[in-house]
Design a protein around this ligand. Structure first.
Ligand code: ATP
Length: 136
């Protein structure tokens, strides 16, 4: 079994899609380990997106992810990291396959509703960052 860090980004909260998105993860069989609504500042955004801070797309991404509350979650299950990324779909909502969260619900490359850790190393780092009491 595996744990992964999932964020429902500010667009998901603003659009009232938290229930819809969480229900997809739950229906798949993933277990909720932690769940918290949180508004982050720029420093926390930079820490989360450390690998992207130098990218051209990062400044508007930082503005976006600090623009309102996000629902942060730790989900657990067999191959949870890969399973969550498959449910999320491709980064760009315009290109993501129908049936995925982004493919069904997002029309944007930036405001794409969800984040999921992309590797066991990222999951460990991100869970420690968001939910220090679960680290280790
Ligand atoms: P996430 O890491 O959020 O699960 P991802 O792994 O599909 O998404 P990354 O390449 O890690 O995508 O990019 C992180 C986030 O940065 C994306 O989810 C999206 O919100 C934003 N992003 C990525 N590429 C672009 C881009 N070209 N233009 C605008 N925003 C982008």
């Amino acid at each position: 079994t595996q744990r992964t860090l999932v964020l429902l980004k500010p667009d998901a909260v603003r659009r009232g899609l938290v229930g819809e998105i969480l229900s997809r993860f739950e229906a798949k069989g993933l277990a909720l380990v932690a769940l918290e609504l949180r508004t982050i500042d720029a420093a926390q955004a930079d820490a989360h997106y450390a690998e992207h801070v130098e990218r051209d797309f990062y400044p508007p991404l930082r503005t976006f992810v600090t623009s309102g509350p996000m629902l942060a979650a730790v989900l657990e299950g067999d191959e949870a990291i890969e399973v969550v990324r498959a449910l999320n779909g491709a980064t760009d909502g315009r290109k993501a396959a129908p049936g995925t969260i982004r493919g069904d619900l997002s029309l944007s490359n930036r405001e794409n509703l969800v984040h999921g850790s992309d590797s066991p190393e990222s999951a460990e780092r991100e869970i420690a960052l968001w939910f220090p009491h679960l680290a280790g």
